[in-house]
Design a protein around this ligand. Structure first.
Ligand code: EPZ
Length: 458
């Protein structure tokens, strides 16, 4: 019998983030053949921020997170934490989280269904309370997104897990301390989320947990470093074997999130496709090894300038092949953006998407702009063309929306992009940053307000 949820004993102070753009109806207007120049500041990593916000649930004191990007997904994660009774307060790029008392072990479906990453909270809540009830996150545009590896790992750590009418009900059996127990877990796939869920759960478990075939993404390492800063005992993050020795409790921490390697990669591709020399910081070049290597293959150089800054040196674009793989392989989150680049690269390129089963949906929209792409299974064969033409297009998912912006910057004429709620999930003021680099890109509330090329300063 799962203990009934205790009533929320806190006021639900939602994070007072600045107003994010209304994504659903607004439209981007982009005038192509842009030439970019200057320097762009890279924001904190979305996929770190979301995991670390969940990790803050492990701490019975308040935590201060720095370099937290202003994103719809971060706002939604904040709302989910608030629904559990956690207090959050945004202070510019910083976020104060006080999870000293979690008054609720059940996350609301209407919030979790909007942010599948929120499923990660199941590990910390279970570790803190001995019970957690989290809705099964739905699939999304790019795939079914199952959570079987998360569930299996928690069961190996001693949790009873039942899935009933779309709700994952997990609780620690046995009386007394209600603590998970350390276990040896082999992940059939190096899932980022499953690695993060299980690593967080293990920080407060009794004994040692070993996660084998663990994900090695930089965001996993960032989460591990955050937990270690709170006093967790974690070794091996960033390798395929992570060892966690459970501790009694964790303590307050002030932690700065790493820069977003996918945002940085997106700007590098935008510079490459427009033959522009731009610089970016902060960047951790080691997090971009595969992306920088493939840019070099295409004919574009990326040079490091100081410890956390890189400069793109443009060149003529030629075809290359890409296969997305778990880190340190080529990141699936950069696949759509690179496809946009390859549509204008001389020769035939092949992109193979191996991580998600439905992450080629941007092909149709790029084709509307004149790209020559054929899809066979999880392969896209791209024949470089001499030019793209601006057109009305619709974004299908987060990284596809970035790919369409990139293509629009290089296309002849004007492109209008709808479906910006996808873009706003994962990019912090993208059009503002591109405008600062010289792009002619403007967001309007809806198409009726479309600025003319002159008004928009084309
Ligand atoms: C994280 O998603 C990222 N999201 C994704 O970024 C990223 O694309 C992905 O890792 C891969 O790098 C966040 O960190 C919030 P996975 P996650 O578990 O954890 C299968 C973006 O654009 N799988 O590594 O959900 C799954 O179906 C987003 O920023 C299972 O089969 O990814 C997929 O095919 C998109 N069972 C593969 O593993 C499970 O229990 C990789 O998924 C879990 C995953």
């Amino acid at each position: 019998m799962i203990p009934e949820d205790r009533p929320i004993t806190h006021s639900l102070s939602l994070p007072d983030t600045q107003s994010l753009p209304e994504g659903d109806k607004s439209v981007l207007h982009v005038w192509g053949k842009a030439s970019l120049q200057g320097h762009v500041k890279i924001s904190g990593a979305k996929n770190s921020a979301l995991a670390i916000m969940a990790g803050a649930l492990l701490c019975p004191q308040d935590c201060r997170l720095r370099n937290v990007p202003l994103l719809m997904d971060v706002q939604r994660m904040g709302q989910i934490l608030s629904s559990l009774g956690v207090k959050l307060e945004r202070d510019g790029d910083d976020l104060n989280i006080d999870a000293s008392h979690i008054g609720q072990s059940k996350a609301p479906y209407e919030l979790v269904s909007q942010l599948r990453a929120s499923f990660f909270i199941i590990g910390p809540v279970l570790a803190r309370l001995g019970v957690a009830r989290v809705p099964l996150p739905g699939g999304c545009a790019i795939g079914a997104r199952p959570v079987d590896l998360h569930v299996r790992g928690l069961q190996l750590m001693g949790a009873e897990v039942q899935i009933d009418r779309g709700m994952v009900n997990a609780y620690v059996t046995g009386g007394g301390r209600k603590r998970l127990k350390g276990a040896r877990i082999y992940l059939d796939y190096p899932s980022v989320g499953a690695t993060e869920t299980l690593m967080m759960a293990a920080t407060l478990a009794d004994g040692e947990t070993i996660i084998e075939n663990a994900a090695q993404e930089p965001e996993v390492t960032d989460l591990a470093n955050f937990c270690r800063a709170m006093g967790a005992k974690i070794r091996g993050a960033g390798t395929n074997t992570i060892v966690i020795s459970g501790v009694e409790r964790l303590h307050s921490v002030d932690y700065s999130i790493i820069p977003d390697r996918v945002e940085a990669g997106t700007f590098l591709v935008a510079g490459a496709i427009t033959h522009s020399e731009i610089s970016l910081s902060p960047v951790i070049p080691d997090h971009l090894t595969a992306v920088i290597a493939k840019l070099r293959d295409v004919g574009v150089k990326v040079v490091t300038e100081g410890p956390n800054s890189v400069r793109l040196i443009p060149g003529s674009l030629k075809a290359t092949d890409i296969e997305t793989l778990p880190y340190p392989g080529f990141p699936t989150d950069m696949q759509a953006q690179f496809m946009a680049l390859l549509t204008l690269s001389e020769g035939d390129s092949i992109i193979t998407e191996t991580v998600f089963e439905n992450r080629l949906r941007h092909v149709a929209e790029l084709s509307r702009m004149g790209a020559d792409i054929r899809v066979k299974g999880n392969n896209a064969i791209i024949r470089g063309v001499s030019m793209l033409s601006g057109a009305p297009v619709v974004a299908t998912d987060l990284r596809a929306s970035a790919a369409l912006v990139i293509a629009a910057l290089a296309a002849e004429g004007k492109t209008t992009i709808q479906g910006l709620h996808h873009l706003d999930r994962g990019y912090d003021r993208l059009e503002l940053k591109l405008r600062q680099l010289g792009a002619n890109i403007h967001r309007v509330k809806d198409d009726s307000e479309a600025p003319t090329e002159v008004e928009a300063g084309a």
